[in-house]
Design a binder for this molecule. Sequence first.
Ligand code: CA
Ligand code: CA
Length: 369
Amino acid sequence: MTRDFNIFRILHLFRFVCIGTIASLFITSVAQTVSTIGQGSAVTRSDRLATFSTITHSGISLSDYTEDSIFIGANADSLIGYEVFNGANGSDPYFYCLDGGSMGGGADAWVTIYTTDSKPIYAIEFLYGNSWTNGHGWGNDNAWVVWQTLRNGTVVSSGQVGPNPMLPVGTIMGFYDPSGFDTIQLKCNVQNQFDPNVQALAMDNLHLQLYGNVSETLAPVATTVQFGKVTGGDNASLSADDGNPLIVQKFFVPSSQAPIIRFTSSFVTTIQTPVQIEIDLKAKMVNAGSFRVRALMFDFAANSYVQALADSTLGLSYQTYIASVPGMAVDYVGLGNSLQARVEVQQTGPSTAVQPATSLEFLNLTVLG
Ligand SMILES: [Ca+2]
Ligand SMILES: [Ca+2]
């Protein structure tokens, strides 16, 4: 699934301004993949990580290598047991290295990287190396990396990193794209290579970021209690972890199976096309007993509430509950960029109080774009 956001988000604008070299992108507002150098230059939050710890010997086919739901395939076998990062990988003996360069073999095509569950990639970083000879060992600082990113099978961006300026092995390479891509392909070549058709890329600690860099924490705009009565605090009490809770006490319950407390809070986001929405709830019971809490979000596409936070034990001490909405996050954004969360408390056994109360310290939504 790929979404075309068509707009630059504030953080991306900020990064574009900082990088400066891509000022033309800023002007034309055409999202492209940008290559970067250095840890944290592309990935600001690692959602997936490949450490290649299962590649414990040379000669393993890399044609369908997968790790942490990342496909990292190349038409080549593995090569380990040599230094290809100029020491930058420390004592980690296991990494992804094409048996190539002057050692024979090598991939005759791209290293192809995508998520096995079709999630778009917004940024990638890895430790770069290669198995080209440097005259006395392996890892040639004068090699270069050719790359391209694809969306739905179409190349959206392409480029080359090195040899001017030089791309030393042991460098952290990165790529990011505000619109996301679904596939990135990489090749590592060197001057005067014995076979122009092979490549010899090596990588380790490959991080993927599956979301953009925009996030927003929302406090409720309004709260309506359906079951129960408010005995302390108000909508504003739900906005922050400030010692000021909203307290809702059991009151009228329509049936014995119904939750004793139900309230609905509305929110407004500036992120029109979120890729993920998280519910953050901090709550406890005021009275002892057996209770469970759940949280739901209104799915505007399905026109119904969908449970996001599974039924969870609610005790006498505050606990923070975090849950992500299932399915497509955009379906939970309605007219005027509104969102609706619902919290329910279910009594599952006896209580010390006839009308037990719940104390709710905050109910926030974290929206990721
Ligand atoms: Ca490793
Ligand atoms: Ca509060």
